[in-house]
Design a protein around this ligand. Structure first.
Ligand code: AMP
Ligand code: ZN
Length: 112
């Protein structure tokens, strides 16, 4: 499988992992856009939100619980942003579902 996030999940390429359980991992983004920039992904290869169904949707709730936990650990007490880019116009560059957890600075809105 040529998917870079599957390789990170399988420890085939290195990452700064900050959380791992049976179904989910979180690691620091290589090109951080904020003082805290963590990617949270399912270990299972799901291409994007477009592939979420009644059968696999549990993982989304799990990811958000983990995101809030990481935000607390990172002391993002003033708030944070969780982003999912879906498809070309959404700005998705890695075709393995992932959520960005961004914090440590004031975010702009609307996002560009
Ligand atoms: P997106 O543009 O939403 O698909 O986000 C992909 C993110 O993955 C970008 O923020 C990249 O900086 C990040 N990224 C790409 N390769 C790696 C890697 N090997 N380790 C950590 N983050 C990565
Ligand atoms: Zn993958």
């Amino acid at each position: 499988m040529e998917c870079i996030f599957c390789k990170i999940a399988n420890n085939e390429i290195p990452s700064e992992k900050i959380y791992e359980d049976e179904k989910v991992i979180a690691f620091n983004d290589l090109d951080p856009q904020a003082p805290v920039h963590v990617l949270i992904i399912p270990k299972e290869h799901i291409k994007s939100i477009d592939e979420i169904t009644d059968k696999n949707s549990d993982i989304i709730g799990k990811i958000f619980i983990i995101a809030a936990k990481i935000a607390k650990e990172k002391s993002l007490d003033n708030g944070y942003r969780i982003v999912n880019n879906c498809g070309k116009d959404g700005g998705q560059t890695v075709e393995h579902l992932h959520f960005h957890l961004l914090g440590g600075r004031k975010m702009n809105w609307p996002a560009g």
